[in-house]
Write a new protein. Structure first.
Length: 115
Protein backbone atom coordinates (compact mmCIF):
# COMPACT_ATOMS: atom_id res chain seq x y z
CA UNK A 1 0.00 0.00 0.00
CA UNK A 2 1.35 3.41 -0.93
CA UNK A 3 0.08 6.96 -0.62
CA UNK A 4 2.14 9.30 -2.78
CA UNK A 5 1.60 13.00 -2.19
CA UNK A 6 2.89 15.74 -4.44
CA UNK A 7 2.34 19.37 -5.36
CA UNK A 8 3.88 21.13 -2.42
CA UNK A 9 6.26 24.02 -2.81
CA UNK A 10 6.98 27.60 -1.91
CA UNK A 11 4.48 30.32 -2.69
CA UNK A 12 3.86 33.91 -1.67
CA UNK A 13 0.93 34.84 0.52
CA UNK A 14 -2.24 35.05 -1.54
CA UNK A 15 -1.03 32.42 -3.95
CA UNK A 16 -2.38 28.97 -4.72
CA UNK A 17 -1.18 25.39 -4.74
CA UNK A 18 -2.81 22.13 -5.68
CA UNK A 19 -1.80 19.01 -3.81
CA UNK A 20 -2.37 15.52 -5.18
CA UNK A 21 -2.23 12.14 -3.51
CA UNK A 22 -2.41 8.78 -5.23
CA UNK A 23 -3.38 5.59 -3.39
CA UNK A 24 -2.03 2.36 -4.80
CA UNK A 25 -2.43 -1.19 -3.58
CA UNK A 26 -6.01 -0.79 -2.42
CA UNK A 27 -9.42 -0.07 -3.94
CA UNK A 28 -9.37 3.72 -3.75
CA UNK A 29 -13.14 4.16 -4.08
CA UNK A 30 -13.72 2.36 -0.77
CA UNK A 31 -11.63 4.83 1.25
CA UNK A 32 -12.50 8.05 2.96
CA UNK A 33 -9.64 10.42 2.12
CA UNK A 34 -8.26 13.31 4.07
CA UNK A 35 -5.55 15.92 4.29
CA UNK A 36 -3.75 16.84 7.47
CA UNK A 37 -0.88 19.20 8.08
CA UNK A 38 1.84 19.69 10.64
CA UNK A 39 3.02 23.28 11.09
CA UNK A 40 6.60 23.76 12.31
CA UNK A 41 6.84 22.89 15.99
CA UNK A 42 3.18 21.94 16.27
CA UNK A 43 0.99 18.87 16.30
CA UNK A 44 -0.53 17.39 13.19
CA UNK A 45 -3.96 18.86 12.51
CA UNK A 46 -6.95 18.10 10.34
CA UNK A 47 -7.43 20.16 7.17
CA UNK A 48 -10.09 18.50 5.00
CA UNK A 49 -11.73 15.18 4.22
CA UNK A 50 -13.95 13.67 1.56
CA UNK A 51 -16.13 10.59 1.89
CA UNK A 52 -15.56 7.53 -0.27
CA UNK A 53 -18.61 8.41 -2.36
CA UNK A 54 -17.43 11.97 -2.78
CA UNK A 55 -20.69 13.21 -1.35
CA UNK A 56 -19.46 14.43 2.02
CA UNK A 57 -16.73 17.04 2.35
CA UNK A 58 -15.45 18.39 5.63
CA UNK A 59 -13.10 21.25 6.40
CA UNK A 60 -11.32 22.77 9.33
CA UNK A 61 -12.34 26.29 10.19
CA UNK A 62 -9.06 27.60 8.79
CA UNK A 63 -9.60 25.81 5.47
CA UNK A 64 -13.23 26.74 4.88
CA UNK A 65 -13.72 29.13 2.01
CA UNK A 66 -10.11 28.84 0.82
CA UNK A 67 -9.41 25.13 0.29
CA UNK A 68 -11.33 22.58 -1.75
CA UNK A 69 -10.93 18.84 -1.45
CA UNK A 70 -11.94 16.60 -4.34
CA UNK A 71 -11.34 13.09 -5.56
CA UNK A 72 -11.12 11.25 -8.84
CA UNK A 73 -11.86 7.59 -8.25
CA UNK A 74 -10.86 6.71 -11.81
CA UNK A 75 -7.36 8.08 -11.11
CA UNK A 76 -7.13 6.85 -7.49
CA UNK A 77 -6.32 10.43 -6.57
CA UNK A 78 -7.43 12.96 -3.99
CA UNK A 79 -6.71 16.65 -4.46
CA UNK A 80 -6.49 19.68 -2.24
CA UNK A 81 -6.83 23.00 -4.02
CA UNK A 82 -5.49 25.71 -1.76
CA UNK A 83 -6.22 29.34 -2.58
CA UNK A 84 -5.52 32.60 -0.75
CA UNK A 85 -2.66 30.95 1.08
CA UNK A 86 -1.38 32.51 4.29
CA UNK A 87 1.96 32.14 6.09
CA UNK A 88 0.17 30.16 8.81
CA UNK A 89 -0.67 27.50 6.18
CA UNK A 90 3.01 26.58 6.15
CA UNK A 91 3.72 22.98 7.11
CA UNK A 92 4.05 19.43 5.93
CA UNK A 93 0.82 18.20 4.35
CA UNK A 94 -0.09 14.55 4.67
CA UNK A 95 -2.81 12.59 2.93
CA UNK A 96 -4.70 9.91 4.78
CA UNK A 97 -6.87 6.99 3.72
CA UNK A 98 -9.34 5.37 6.10
CA UNK A 99 -11.77 2.49 5.74
CA UNK A 100 -12.85 0.07 8.42
CA UNK A 101 -9.63 -0.81 10.24
CA UNK A 102 -7.28 0.65 7.65
CA UNK A 103 -5.56 3.95 8.38
CA UNK A 104 -2.81 4.77 5.88
CA UNK A 105 -0.58 7.85 5.71
CA UNK A 106 1.45 9.32 2.90
CA UNK A 107 4.99 10.64 3.26
CA UNK A 108 4.03 14.31 3.31
CA UNK A 109 4.71 17.24 1.04
CA UNK A 110 6.10 20.56 2.23
CA UNK A 111 4.13 23.76 1.74
CA UNK A 112 5.84 27.04 2.54
CA UNK A 113 3.98 30.34 2.30
CA UNK A 114 6.08 33.47 2.52
CA UNK A 115 4.73 36.82 3.67
Amino acid sequence: VQLQASGGGMVEAGGSLRLSCVLSGRTFSMYNMGWFRQPPGKEREFVAAVASTGGGRYYSDSAKGRFTISRDNARNTVYLQMNSLKPEDTGVYYCNAQWLGDDFWGQGTQVTVSS
